[in-house]
Structures are given as C-alpha cells and as structure tokens.
Design a protein. Structure first.
Ligand SMILES: [Mg+2]
Length: 237
C-alpha cells in the first residue's frame, strides 16, 4: 500500500466494477464469441460476419453521435440495428433483432467469475460502511452475485455521463447523503476512476494490478492511496 495524499475520514465507498472487483478480460472474450455465434445463426445472411464488421458499425455510430460513449449498451444496440438495416431489415425487424441480440449479449456479459476474496472483502467492508457502484460499463452486479453488498448501482448513460465526468460521483454523494470528501472511490483506471474522483472532490484509491509505477514524468494523476489487491481496503477502513 502506498500513500500519495493525506486520507481523511472514510464513511462510504464507491467501486468501479470491471478490472476492479474481478478480471474482466475472460468474460469479454467469451461474450464476444457467443455474440458472434448468435448473430451468425440469427440469419443466413449474417453467417460470415466477423467481429471486426460489428466494430465498424460501432465506429459509424460513434462518428454520428460522439456523445454515445456515455451509454455503451445503447451504443451497441444502435450498432446492431444499423448492421441489420444494412442487411435489408426494415425498421421493425431491425429493432426486434437488436433487442434479441443485445439480450443475448447481456446474458453472457454478466456470467462473471467473482474471486472469493472479492466476496470476503466486500462482505467485511459492507459491515463497516455503506458501499455502492459507479460504472461506465454494462455488467450487472445483481446477475453475478455482487448486488447484495451495495446500497445502489450507478451506470453511465442512465445515471449520467461516463467517468471521469462528475455526474455519477455527485449523484452517489446525494444518494448516500454523505459529503464527497468522506467518500472513497476505488478503481483500476487512472484516467476515469481516479481523475474523476479527485476532480469531483472524493478521495481516491487506485488498484494497481499490473505493478505500474505512478511516479513517472508523464503521469500527473496521483490517487490518495494505491493498493495491489482489493483485500488491502480492510486495513484502511
Ligand atoms: Mg475498470
């Protein structure tokens, strides 16, 4: 554990999800495979589709609606709908198809393997202070067995602009009814989690899972504290 700024009283904690509470890479790899298979079987015309084709539609949608990145689920839905339109679907068919395909994506997206240590840590922390989630992604904590630890879950899109924007940090403080500087945000991303928390007035804990060195010339973002594993939080609270 390393300290870069003076910590003050912590009476609530917000968590990022992906790569903070679990390794997100295996579930994404599996979900992308399942999604591609599902789309290929959905219609004969789509049976040669590559994942890169799908990505092209995501880029197309982003170019048309640059703010869409605040809501990744809707972004993905619009990309699938555009893809289906390209293959000759009318409006109603493309909406139905996008609903089916995104429902399939969401099902696999939430099949996350949660480490036992995450359960133990969250369970211990939840007895001490209220916990919540602030995520830019679309994993469902309730579907992967994490829901009971949290007072609420804030998702970019439905609850405000994506981190590092302050919308969800402010909303979390409001929902907790706790001042921002008594809340600790925990996350793996310096540019979204940590920068957003500091800018919003929260304290920030960075999960350094890859043993990176913060004290390099090109890094200007310093959290209050750095840990290498979630369990270290128990000693802090
Ligand atoms: Mg993350």
């Amino acid at each position: 554990m390393r300290f870069y700024r003076q910590l003050t009283s912590i009476t609530a904690i917000t968590f990022d999800l992906d790569d903070t509470l679990y390794d997100n890479r295996p579930v994404i790899a599996k979900t992308e495979k399942k999604l591609l298979n599902f789309i290929r079987c959905y219609d004969d015309r789509l049976n040669k589709l590559q994942f890169s084709d799908f990505k092209k539609y995501q880029t197309l949608i982003f170019n048309q609606y640059p703010e869409i990145y605040h809501d990744v689920t809707h972004w993905r839905w619009l990309a699938v709908k555009a893809l289906l339109c390209h293959y000759g679907y009318d409006l109603e068919q493309s909406v139905d198809g996008a609903n089916d395909i995104i429902a399939h994506f969401s099902y696999w997206r939430s099949k996350i393997v949660i480490p036992e240590l995450t359960h133990k840590t969250l369970s211990t922390l939840a007895e001490k202070v209220p916990l919540a989630v602030i995520t830019n992604g679309n994993a469902d904590p309730y579907a992967c067995g994490l829901g009971d630890y949290f007072q609420f879950v804030l998702k970019a899109g439905q609850d405000g602009r994506a981190k590092p924007f302050s919308d969800m940090y402010y909303l979390a403080a409001q929902k907790f009814n706790i001042v921002l500087d008594n809340i600790l945000h925990v996350g793996d991303s310096l540019t979204t989690d940590i920068q957003g928390a500091l800018h919003s007035g929260m304290q920030a804990c960075w999960i350094n899972a890859n043993n990176s060195n913060l004290l390099t010339n090109d890094n200007k973002i310093l959290p209050h504290v750095e840990i290498t594993g979630l369990a270290s939080l128990i000693a802090l609270i």
